[in-house]
Design a protein around this ligand. Structure first.
Ligand SMILES: *Cc1c(COP(=O)(O)O)cnc(C)c1O
Length: 475
């Protein structure tokens, strides 16, 4: 492919874009559990219009675009009030959960550099259920992850949290809820441990912090997780998930500006314009901020309460339907509109492929520590009317794949690679592994069951190596 020597006309381009889109997940069907958060046509339009109005404005410099400053300030104020931040809490708008998390870890690291200069190898205490974004932050920022186990309900172990503290600890993390199982960690107990030991504590509310307060108002038993909990010093909360704003929208909040200060980046060590960045990115569109502002105001408290009510109902119905089936079991009773389930009698990976082939999208999760491989469901507003149809198809699909043979590939791989040091595995072996899973060649594989079975059988470090090699080969 090369740049066309002559520009192509607008209609032709538009046609081409539509063609490209035709293979994408059809989220409008309501049969997709994940990825796209659809608040309904009208709210979606409000978000799009606001986004396009500010597409070209640049959040690089809030003094040149006071409109963007106003959006950020008002969105953060709403977020602070939503999470009981009082008069002291502050925060910033970011492009997503990952950016919010990287910034919170960065702030914790810089805070420690100032207040605990003796620490040269900072550590972050992280439940094994914490989102991968913390590992990304750790690798980018050179902070060591100290993993802690979770109990049978997949909530972080408080005693292990305490025991994991060393003179190098700077930050403890808990999730409200964790993505995989939709359960809230014992935030109050964990934050108390942080407070007693002079450590910062981050609540990852990326997926849940916005909706949980509405669940609570509707009478659900939601554990405390926000700034009302002593010891919680920062919170990440995505807007582009369950606040239903267009993507590129999250906030990172701090108990006070003394901590947040360490997030901000300024640079005069170069010959160009003066740089001050709240977030990681520098030049960026004002679209997501404007759209978030618009959708939050358009839906308002009553709009979100309505969404929350329907999602709670749908989640309960789905849970009951899954529990009722003799081949399935839920992994843990969830605190949120997301949960995971597994099976000891059928292949969940084949079940996913089968559901996929009839137009549903549900997500696989590999086994890790005490979490068996499973199917994850994030229940969305767009799914609520399709719960009965989903369960019917799920039951039918189970019958269809019940006799499928599986497990041999996994067993063979476990024998061969289970105890091998991933660093000692050659590039050739990696290529062979990829071929065994049917990956490589043209296009993306249709059936994922073999690939998932293969990955599931391998140690986490080797999985990562394979994924990197594969991705490195396709772009
Ligand atoms: C989605 C999610 C993140 C990461 O957010 P992105 O917006 O995808 O970068 C972090 N934590 C939790 C619990 C999440 O569900």
């Amino acid at each position: 492919m090369i740049l066309p020597s002559k520009g192509i006309n607008k209609n032709e381009i538009s046609k081409r874009l539509d063609e490209f889109k035709s293979d994408d997940l059809d989220w409008r069907s309501g049969r997709v559990f994940g990825y796209v958060f659809d608040p309904g046509t009208e709210a979606m339009e409000v978000g799009k219009e606001a986004y396009m109005k500010f597409l070209t404005e640049n959040a690089l410099d809030f003094t040149s675009f006071p409109s963007l400053y106003k959006f950020e300030k008002e969105i953060v104020e709403m977020a602070v009030n939503h999470l009981n931040g009082g008069d002291e809490a502050v925060g910033n708008f970011t492009s997503g959960g990952t950016e919010s998390i990287i910034l919170a870890v960065k702030a914790a690291r810089e805070h420690a550099r100032v207040h605990k200069p003796e620490i040269t190898e900072p550590e972050m205490i992280l439940p094994i259920t914490a989102h991968a974004a913390f590992h990304k932050a750790a690798r980018y920022l050179n902070v060591k992850v100290v993993p802690i186990p979770v109990d049978d309900s997949f909530r972080a172990d408080v005693a292990a949290t305490k025991n994991a503290i060393t003179p190098n600890s700077i930050l403890i993390v808990g999730s409200a809820p964790s993505y995989a199982h939709g359960v809230v960690d014992p935030i109050a107990e964990m934050a108390a441990v942080a407070l007693e030991n002079g450590l910062l504590f981050h609540t990852d509310g990326c997926v849940g912090a916005f909706m949980l307060p509405f669940f609570k108002k509707l009478g659900e038993p939601v554990p405390d997780f926000d700034f009302s909990v002593p010891g919680v010093t920062s919170i990440s909360m995505d807007l582009h998930k369950y606040a239903y704003t267009p993507k590129g929208a999250s906030v990172v909040l701090y108990r006070n500006s003394d901590i947040r200060k360490h997030q901000i980046f300024a640079c005069s060590h170069w010959t160009g314009y003066t740089i001050i960045n709240n977030a990681i990115m520098s030049s960026r569109t004002g679209g997501p901020m404007a759209a978030a502002y618009a959708v939050l105001n358009f839906l308002g408290e009553d709009g979100y309460m309505n969404i929350a009510r329907k999602k709670i109902e749908a989640t309960q119905k789905l849970l009951a339907g899954v529990k009722k089936h003799k081949d399935l079991r839920i992994m843990s009773e969830p605190d949120f509109c997301m949960f995971s389930f597994t099976s000891e009698t059928i292949s969940v990976f084949h079940l996913i492929d089968e559901m996929n082939s009839i137009g549903w999208y549900i997500q696989p999760a590999l086994s890790y520590e005490n979490s068996r491989h499973n199917i994850h469901l994030s229940i969305n507003f767009s799914n609520v009317d399709l719960v009965d149809a989903f369960l019917k198809d799920l039951y039918k699909s189970i019958d269809k794949i019940r006799d499928v043979k599986y497990g041999e590939l996994g067993e063979a791989l476990k024998q061969e690679f289970g105890d091998k040091d991933p660093d000692s595995i050659s590039d050739l072996e990696i290529q062979q592994l990829l071929a065994m899973g049917g990956i490589g060649g043209e296009g993306f594989p249709e059936a994922m069951a073999d690939i998932n079975e293969m990955l599931n059988a391998l140690p986490a470090k080797l999985r990562e190596k394979l994924l990197v090699e594969y991705t490195n080969s396709i772009f």
